[in-house]
Every structure is written in C-alpha cells, then in structure tokens.
Design a protein around this ligand. Structure first.
Ligand code: PEP
Length: 260
C-alpha cells in the first residue's frame, strides 16, 4: 500500500525568511508527530537552512524546487544536489511546468537532474502534464508518454520505485481550475499502466503519483480517494498553513478509511 504524500511547493514565496520560518512553524505544529501521511515543504533555496532548523524533530520532509545536474564548478546561479542535502533537503522537485514552459527546461535536462539527484539520495518529485491546447487536441496521453520516456530514461526498476511523479495538468496550475477526480484518475491510471509496461507491475504498484493543480482543502478528499492518486503537489494553498493543513487532514481521513 502506497502512503499518501502531500508536498507544498512554495515557489518564489513568501517574501522574507521570517515569514518562511513562521509558515514552517505553523505547518510543523499542525502536522505533529504522526506519520500516517507523508508531508514535505519546498521553500525557496535561500530559506532552506532556516526552515530545516524549524523542522528539526518533525517527520516533515524538506525539498528544493530545482537543482543542476553537475556536481560542482563554474555554473553561476545553479545549485547542486549535494548543496541541497547540505541544507537539509530530503526531496527535490524536478521538471515543474513553470520551468519546462517558462524557462525551456527539456526532458533530457530533467533526466540528467534525476540521475544526479539519485547520486546524493534525494527523493525526486518529477512533474509532468499537458497544456490546455494539448488536452483540447486529444494529445494528453501522447504528451504524458513523451515526458515519461524522456524524463525517466535509464532508470532501474528499483530507482523508479523511489521516484515520486506529479501529474500536473498545466492548465490547472495556479489557475483555480482543477481536473475533475475522473480526469485526474484517468491520467494517473494511464501513467500507472505505462510504468507497469516499462518497469513491471510490482514496481508500478510502488510508485507514488501525486496530483497537482489548484488542490484545496475542499477538493482534496475527492481527488485523494481515487485509486491511483497517491497525494498532492500543492502550490498556492501551501502558502496558508490552515489550507495546507486542511489538505493534510483530508489525506489523513482518506488514509484512515483506506481505498478500494
Ligand atoms: C504547483 O505549483 O505545483 C501547483 C500545483 O500550484 P497550484 O496548487 O497553485 O495550482
């Protein structure tokens, strides 16, 4: 049985280290010690050290929002996986749509980062998802397959089992539009079937596949109850502790009831 995993992507927020510390403190106290649902927060890199100090003694993971594939050297502005680990990170988001579509990140680059993340034992959260135009053109599955093939190339089944995937339809990110639970489940089932074909059913059954795209406390329960939706990557709602904790509460209730 896969544990539900809720991760908060703070993006380029909040505006000060003090505000980041306050948000992390509120999340830590709301989550408490129970580990029935996995939780992580992914603050901007300049706040990682401070947030790591806040999270000491808590089961909450800490994630970077990006990393470079090289381990050191003359790469101005980049961060290595080892630097993220040194700052306290356990996770790293790779291939977020804001990097793929806003900054031209390619599947090959995501793949290089993924292999580099494995080199330092960071748990990667690899994002994939189609745009509105691609969905309207009936290309959702082709787009997902292309991103899966390119981003996950060269992984062993054991490495694959350690990857967290995040299905994030681009049209649902930060827009207030959410995929219906049926749309999301269909995409997740397609991803699981692809994993099974490529890596075997046993590996596919172990891979956590999060949904991301305007997840809020009031829609989280319906999404997380679907058989192939194993958690959420949360943007906007992770910036308000009450909302993020509301999503975690919804996940806890799904975890307590169990899925069919
Ligand atoms: C995200 O940034 O990964 C995301 C899903 O954002 P939001 O929840 O704001 O749509």
């Amino acid at each position: 049985m896969r544990s539900l995993f809720i991760a908060g992507n703070w993006k380029m927020n909040p505006g000060t280290a003090e505000a980041a510390v306050a948000l992390a403190e509120a999340v830590k106290s709301g989550v408490g010690a129970a580990a029935d649902v996995r939780v992580a927060v992914c603050p901007p890199s300049v706040y990682l050290h401070r947030v790591d100090q806040v999270l000491e003694g808590s089961p909450i993971g800490l994630g970077g929002q990006n990393m470079y594939w090289k381990t050191e050297g003359a790469y101005t502005g980049e961060l290595s996986g080892a630097m993220l680990v040194d700052a306290g990170c356990t996770h790293v988001i790779l291939g977020h749509s804001e990097r793929r579509h806003g900054m031209g990140e390619t599947d090959a680059q995501v793949n290089a980062k993924l292999h580099s993340a494995f080199g330092v034992q960071l748990i990667p959260i690899v994002c994939i998802g189609e745009t509105q135009d691609e969905r309207a053109a009936g290309q959702t599955e082709d787009v997902l397959q292309g991103q899966l093939v390119g981003s996950l190339a060269g992984l062993s089944p054991e490495q694959m089992a350690g990857v967290v995937l995040a299905y994030e339809p681009v049209w649902a990110i930060g827009t207030g539009l959410t995929a219906t639970p049926e749309q999301a489940q269909d995409a997740h089932a397609f991803i699981r079937a692809w994993l099974s074909n490529e890596f075997g059913a046993a590996t596919a059954a172990r891979v956590v596949v999060q949904y991301g795209g305007s997840v809020k406390p009031d829609n989280a329960g319906d999404l997380l109850a679907r058989p192939d939706i194993d958690g959420a990557l949360v943007g906007g709602a992770s910036l308000k502790a009450a909302d993020f904790l509301g999503i975690i509460t919804a996940a806890r209730s799904v975890a307590a009831k169990g899925k069919d």
